[in-house]
Design a protein around this ligand. Sequence first.
Ligand code: NAD
Length: 466
Amino acid sequence: MYQMLIDGELVDGSASLEVINPATGEAFATCGRAEEDDLQRAVAAARNAFPAWAALSWTERSVYLNALADGIEERGEEIAQLLTDEQGKPLGQARFEVGASVAAFRYFSAQEMLPRVVVDEPTSQVIEHYSPVGVVAAITPWNFPLILLSVKLAAALATGNTVVAKPAPTTPLSSLLVGEVAAATLPAGVLNVIVDANDLGGLLSAHPDVAKVTFTGSTATGKKVMQSAASSLKRLTLELGGNDAAILLDDVDIDDVAPKIFNAATFNAGQVCMAAKRIYAPRAKYDALCDALADLANSAVVGDGHDPATAIGPIQNQMQFDKVMDLIEDSRQIGTIVAGGQRLNRPGFFIAPTVVRDLPDSARLVQEEQFGPVIPVLAYDDIDEVIERANDSEFGLAGTVWGKDVERAVEVAMRVRTGTVWVNKHLDLRFDVAFGGVKQSGLGREQGDDGLREFVETRVVSVAKA
Ligand code: NAD
């Protein structure tokens, strides 16, 4: 049985949880699960550990965080295998996620936030100091359980906060293994990892001893977090849903761009917040793009993430599977399915990569976040029109623009209202570049200098000089 980490101890907790392998639909492991008492102990432990952890120098904390990174790296293969078991993703991608997590701890622990002299005049000196906020609740979703957790932990811990982490209940195991490594490498209480049955997030984000919530998940849940956090005016970072447009300009080479767009839409079985979720092609190239994407969908290898041939794994859980199938059925009524359109005839939550054309903009598949390997392809007639349609969304996470004339593509990118726009590439995320959404895709940023700043308060010390 996999255990939780509370106050430096690996514990079973008051309840247990069965974890399902989405490639089989069967439970394959059991882990400890928290009830309210366990959550209270975890928050109390983080609160007690805070003063000593915050008092360490950045360098002292970085020694601990590098030990944590080394420990994760040593158990990297075990963690990657478990990530594929619980999440479904191809093993190569799970290994990459483990490597990125290790790199996140190393990167953020090396970013010292030194005090900044803002004013230095004959009569006055003003210095900004950066101090940690306190206990941070880190709440994560099931699509990239390990890297999303690690980026939060690395930034929160490096800046001197202590953490209670709560992974999504369908993918708790990789987070619990990070907890196991932390039990041997970090002081007690600095990191606590608890598991719930999707029932403790509200309590955690309303807890009076939690100073900040860093949350990644859906926009609907993000709104609930914002509401609970209001009780004690907590600091908040919300990384929420997206409905990213991919805009192809009229000079693109379809043979070159189609595989990149297909990958942007179906990587991690489309369960990526910044996946390409609506594809807009100029009318003259519309048929060619639909045909090329359909060919790619028909030849993609969908299967168990442990099979080396697999490019696309299953949907992570039954609820999401049902939601994506429902969107496919809705699209079948009003559009034309040119590839896929059905579940695979095997156990597990597999959906054939699906390409849908001729949908109206009002279609649910165009308006909503599908979070699955289902690609709506839409035609446009002029640039102003396509930009307006791309921006006509409550989401504003990211997007892509594709064109041979890079200057023109950048001009279009500048008019897309999202936190990130990639030009002729996708998914280029870096620890030194801030990521986050505008509109209902989120609040605040992760990574980069902006991301680190989210975990500190600025303390201004203003001194009169003699
Ligand atoms: P979700 O919102 O259902 O759950 C996310 C987490 O919130 C889980 O740990 C869940 O247990 C917890 N939770 C549930 N109810 C809660 C409550 N009332 N208060 C606090 N926490 C609560 O999201 P999901 O289905 O696990 O993940 C998919 C979503 O995440 C998609 O919308 C996707 O776009 C988004 N996402 C965003 C980013 C980003 O960086 N912007 C990255 C990955 C995923």
